[in-house]
Design a protein around this ligand. Structure first.
Ligand code: ZN
Length: 138
């Protein structure tokens, strides 16, 4: 069995962003040489997410609006977690959008439905953060 590991680095210029990372994951899959197996992609930070959905601008805006309703950033004082930090909302947004995705690999490709794309969700940006890609198989 082959095993492949890579960290993808991101530094978002802003507090929040949703970034389609499918091309980077496809590049990892190519490097791994795995044709049949599984691909795990997870955020390595507790204020960022990895999730699968449609790369459609309206929908991505809807996610931002929806997340901001569920866990508004401000006022920062509404959260017990905020004191030395101001990122309680980012922890909650990450929890809603999820930590990781697992994708099937079939015939050397991510075995996706038509509109499935992998996203990195940043909720507390301005600093270097990592996403782990782990691929196992043959
Ligand atoms: Zn925090």
């Amino acid at each position: 069995m082959k095993s492949y590991r890579k960290e993808l680095w991101f530094k978002v210029q802003g507090r929040r962003a949703l970034i389609n990372i499918t091309p980077q994951v496809n590049e990892c899959l190519r490097e791994s040489g795995v044709k049949e197996g599984l691909c795990l992609v997870n955020a390595m930070h507790i204020t960022a997410s990895v999730f699968i959905n449609d790369d459609e601008g309206g929908l991505l805006g809807d996610f931002e609006t929806w997340l901001e309703k569920l866990a508004p950033e401000k006022p920062h004082s509404q959260y017990a977690h905020n004191g030395f930090e101001d990122n309680a909302d980012a922890h909650m947004k990450r929890q809603i959008m999820g930590r990781e995705v697992v994708c099937a690999i079939t015939e050397g490709k991510l075995d996706f439905g038509q509109w499935e794309q992998i996203f990195y969700g940043e909720f507390d940006g301005w600093r270097d953060k990592r996403v782990l890609v782990k691929i196992i198989g043959e």
